[in-house]
Design a protein around this ligand. Structure first.
Ligand SMILES: *[C@@H]1O[C@H](CO)[C@@H](O)[C@H](O)[C@H]1NC(C)=O
Ligand SMILES: *[C@@H]1O[C@H](CO)[C@@H](O)[C@H](O)[C@H]1NC(C)=O
Ligand SMILES: *[C@@H]1O[C@H](CO)[C@@H](O)[C@H](O)[C@H]1NC(C)=O
Ligand SMILES: *[C@@H]1O[C@H](CO)[C@@H](O)[C@H](O)[C@H]1NC(C)=O
Ligand SMILES: *[C@@H]1O[C@H](CO)[C@@H](O)[C@H](O)[C@H]1NC(C)=O
Ligand SMILES: *[C@@H]1O[C@H](CO)[C@@H](O)[C@H](O)[C@H]1NC(C)=O
Length: 891
């Protein structure tokens, strides 16, 4: 199995490397140091062929005894055979001399500091020079790695070395006293002229001095960061021919304000230009980006900020890559922003379209920054973007697609920096190209083992916990006095044991946060992180667990303690509800009378954000149907899947949220069900929800599940027509969407009010089914409306109709590809609503068993859905395993 994957992986990479890259290096040397010349396998997993340095023509007249080859005594999962498993060890100074053409060259060193046969790589200190540049001084690969996140096993150092007046690049390794030096691999790649250093006038600004800056030819560089902003890591064989690696930028975003990563760009063709030729960066860099959030008001109040740990006492070169790929931004003045580097204005009123000349045309800008010597050798480099204030831009927003940061050699030619202090406490990271890899790359066997094991562990814990909880509850119930702020009925058994149970339990169950944790997550509930608000208080976006997890934090107005009991009851209820189509509650905080709920964060925001009054592209019909099915399932679960039916009361398109896989999740359930605190929430929000309220409920003041069905029907029409549920200024019949849609339906003119973006997308039969279903939901009499069960099945049927039509269309137009697609579509007909993948589906199953599901019929039919869904999910999972491997190139 493992071998098969590697084999396949190899094929994939060979193919991708075999493609015609925009640049073909004139100098290209790959040395697998210490490899035996008889070794047959010098092809690395990324498909590149390496050559041994044994008796190499590159080894300059060194004495035979100066070096020897050695083999690593173990192979970490993240470490590839070539070039890491063999090393050349130097007892004395040793020089490789490479013939080169004039220009700047990439020089990459590969180090794997472990125990070797007859040599200990972990205790090795050495210096490396390239011509007259000191690149590394008394360098320890082991110490450098020890302070990195995730404890990677190997590292790559990338330099750019000038070779202008010579035809040789001499690279020398010199061991520090009493140790030996070593290296596993050396890579030398040329680059196009003027790639990073361009002596044209004013091409580079010195930040803070407003003067042009010229980089002398004799300068050497070390790459300290190279990021694919808003996208995934891009491996070296996917680069433009220079084998650069571009890492995901998410680890470097400061605070919780991560902004947006619009997906629209993925399908555009990047139009390279004379100013930005195709070799500058691969198209994937320009197609992904990070922008700010959708709301201009929020954007004006925060900076999109990255922070980096850098060495003081050097000049840095920052290259920022930009490209507008969103359809909405096509003209100058639409997205204008300021660029701050280290809190100084590097660029005022940056306008990508102005620079590039149009949508999808990439452009880059270079800035030089002096980071002066300070007491601390490590400093933080800040990069921040903010919408320009004085321009009155149409979209208050900013964008960045890619980022490269280089450290420039000092005037004596040196790039050397001290080794990091090997302190046990977590210290600032010293990132280098390729550090992210080690964190993510795990063998598939490991993945499976860990998954199975943790699933079992989680199950055991849940069962033990439920038993325990039942006992606790019984004890509590018998006690007469109920402490005011006791959380005895919550999943955390008691205050004192809570902390330990938190660390043991998977986040499936409710977790208790301290107020300090949540203040850290939101920079003390800073307004810039507010993503929503209502009568109950504000909702913030925040990052917990050291920034690794983004969550939504709902802080209920704590001024009235009246609602505290309701809050507790509510929480007990919420913590038991688990469904793939409900936004899950992660935890809560009750410190100092706070009432805070922590939910999973939904990356794509609300359904309404994708329907109208939005910058988001219109959704295709099939996706809309899938979203409706998901939301309907969530509601069905609330109504029929739990012991006591829960009426949501506030179903609307802004309470249906979407995760990154477009799985729809109902939010705000239960909160409006009980007690005066949450009642007030309903009344204050009535204005916003007015188009959704069941007229029968108005008349009779009686709340039933059918009220939710009515509101859901309104949502269905919103999805179909992409308009608000209530538009006051219109002619009387048209003001209320539900009423207007019913009139149109009765007249047989429903297609006239369908969202124009859906023209040709939605099949007539599907429209008929969908229209009939939605109409039945918004009937005046509750008894004439269907149950949520029926709504789910009706929607699933509509989806089948739609897919069948699409299949027919594909057959008519299509070649092989269409046929293949349609057969996979059939197999997952009903499961698409759960497109989130296998893991979510299976949690849902577990919970259905644990949290008493009613209705044999429902759960039976559900389980067939789940089983189809699961096989679909497995496919997704194995694909992601593959892609992890694919990303692993050359590490
Ligand atoms: C090299 O670095 C190590 C650890 O930082 C230090 O103990 C040693 O003295 C250094 N050697 C030289 C020659 O600077
Ligand atoms: C590189 O090494 C060769 C052989 O040792 C020597 O002839 C040449 O001058 C060196 N070049 C530089 C630039 O140091
Ligand atoms: C991508 O763009 C092409 C051409 O513009 C279009 O035919 C295709 O449908 C698009 N694909 C997606 C997934 O949007
Ligand atoms: C960047 O900011 C984060 C907080 O978001 C902080 O934890 C981290 O240490 C900072 N990194 C550097 C290099 O300053
Ligand atoms: C954004 O960053 C700049 C430079 O550090 C600073 O002057 C400005 O106040 C920041 N703006 C906000 C809203 O934080
Ligand atoms: C620069 O800005 C960052 C965040 O915007 C802030 O944390 C830092 O203290 C500022 N540094 C200086 C020197 O003002």
């Amino acid at each position: 199995m493992l071998r098969f994957i590697f084999y396949l992986h190899l094929l994939l990479c060979v193919n991708s490397a075999g493609g015609s890259a925009p640049y073909t290096p004139t100098d290209y040397i790959l040395l697998d140091c210490g490899a035996s010349s008889s070794s047959w396998n010098t092809q690395a997993e990324d498909g590149r062929k390496w050559f041994t340095d044994e008796r190499s023509k590159f080894a300059a007249s060194n004495s035979e005894s100066a070096s020897f080859a050695s083999t690593a005594s173990r192979q970490d999962h993240s470490v590839t055979q070539v070039p890491y498993m063999t090393a050349r060890v130097f007892r004395d100074q040793f020089t490789y001399s490479f013939p080169v053409s004039p220009g700047l060259k990439f020089l990459r060193f590969y180090f794997y500091p472990v125990q070797y046969s007859s040599f200990d790589g972990t205790t090795s200190f050495f210096s490396v020079t390239a011509n007259n540049h000191l690149l590394l001084n008394n360098f320890s690969a082991s110490l450098t790695l020890s302070v990195e996140d995730g404890q990677p096993a190997s590292l790559i150092k990338e330099f750019m070395v000038p070779c202008f007046e010579t035809e040789k690049l001499n690279v020398s390794f010199s061991p520090s006293p009493n140790t030996w030096a070593f290296v596993n691999g050396i890579e030398l790649v040329s680059m196009p002229k003027n790639m990073y250093v361009n002596h044209q006038e004013n091409s580079l600004t010195l930040v803070g001095y407003k003067v042009p800056f010229d980089i002398p030819d004799a300068t050497a560089f070390e790459t300290v960061f190279r990021l694919n902003v808003g996208g995934k890591t891009v491996g070296n064989v996917d680069d433009t021919g220079m084998f650069r690696t571009w890492l995901d930028d998410s680890d470097y975003i400061f605070g919780g304000a991560v902004g947006n990563t619009p997906s629209r760009g993925k399908n555009v063709t990047i139009k390279y230009s004379e100013d930005t030729p195709a070799y500058i960066a691969p198209a994937i860099i320009y197609t992904t980006s990070r922008t700010m959030v959708v709301d201009p008001e929020i954007n004006m109040n925060f900076n999109l900020t990255w922070n980096f740990s850098v060495d003081a006492g050097f000049t840095y070169l920052l290259r920022l890559h930009f490209c507008e790929t969103q359809l909405e931004v096509t003209e100058e003045g639409q997205r204008v922003f300021d660029i701050f580097i280290n809190n100084q204005t590097a660029e005022h009123s940056a306008d990508v379209i102005h620079w590039s000349g149009g949508n999808s045309i990439p452009v880059y800008r270079d800035y030089a920054l002096i980071v002066p010597t300070e007491a601390q050798s490590k400093q933080t480099l800040w990069l921040a973007l903010h919408p320009s204030k004085d321009v009155g831009s149409k979209f208050a927003d900013a964008i960045l697609n890619g980022l490269e940061i280089f450290r420039l050699s000092k005037s004596d030619g040196s790039l050397a920096v001290p080794n990091p202090q090997p302190e046990p406490a977590p210290s600032p990271t010293l990132p280098s190209v390729g550090r992210k890899k080690k964190k993510t790359s795990v063998s598939p066997v490991m993945v499976i083992t860990i998954t199975v094991f943790s699933a079992l562990l989680a199950l055991c814990l849940i069962i033990c916990f439920l038993i325990y909880k039942r006992k606790v509850k019984r004890v509590k119930d018998s006690a007469v006095s109920v402490q005011k702020s006791s959380w005895g009925q919550l999943p955390c058994p008691s205050n004192s044991t809570c902390a330990t149970s938190v660390s043991l339990l998977p986040s499936d169950l409710c977790r208790r946060f301290s107020i300090i944790e949540l203040k850290e997550a939101t920079l003390n509930f800073d307004d810039q992180f507010i993503i929503g608000s209502g009568g109950f208080g504000n909702v913030y976006r925040g990052r917990i667990d050291g920034g690794s997890t983004t969550v939504a934090i709902k802080r209920l107005d704590s001024s009235s303690r009246q609602g505290f009991r309701e809050f507790q009851t509510e929480l007990e209820l919420l913590s038991k509800l688990r469904h793939v189509n409900l936004v899950s509650l992660i935890g809560f905080c009750d410190d100092h009378g706070e009432m805070i709920l922590v939910y999973e964060y939904m990356h794509r925001g609300t359904l309404r954000d994708h329907l109208y009054k939005t910058k988001n592209p219109p959704l295709p019909w099939k996706r809309r149907l899938e979203i409706c099915i998901g939301a309907a399932r969530g509601l069905q679960y609330l109504h029929a899947g739990v012991k006591h039916p829960i009426i949501h009361r506030d179903i609307k398109s802004t309470n249906i949220l979407l995760d990154e896989n477009w799985v729809a999740k109902v939010s705000d359930f239960g909160l409006s069900r009980l007690g005066p605190l949450f009642q007030s929430h309903v009344t204050t929000v009535v204005k916003g929800s007015v188009g959704y309220v069941d007229p029968e409920y108005y008349r009779r003041q009686q709340l039933t599940e059918k009220s939710d069905v009515y509101s859901f029907g309104v949502v269905l029409f919103e999805v179909l027509c992409a308009r608000q549920s209530m538009i006051p200024g219109l002619p009387k019949d048209q003001v209320n969407l539900a009423r207007w849609a019913r009139i149109c339906y009765a007249r047989g003119t429903l297609e006239n009010i369908v969202d124009p973006n859906l023209m040709g997308d939605i099949s007539p039969l599907c429209l008929q089914k969908f229209g009939a279903l939605a109409e039945s939901c918004v009937r005046d009499e509750g008894t004439a409306r269907p149950m949520m069960n029926d709504v789910v099945w009706g929607l699933e049927f509509a989806l089948q109709v739609q897919e069948a039509t699409q299949r027919d269309m594909d057959m008519d137009t299509g070649g092989d590809e269409a046929t293949v697609m349609s057969s996979s579509q059939t197999s997952s007909l009903v499961s698409k609503g759960a497109a989130g993948g296998g893991t979510t589906t299976s949690t849902e199953d577990d919970n259905e068993e644990l949290f008493s599901v009613s209705g044999g019929k429902v759960s039976e039919s559900r389980s067939t859905i789940s089983s189809v869904g699961r096989s679909d999910g497995d496919r997704i999972k194995s694909e992601s395993v593959f892609s992890e491997f694919k990303n692993d190139n050359g590490r």
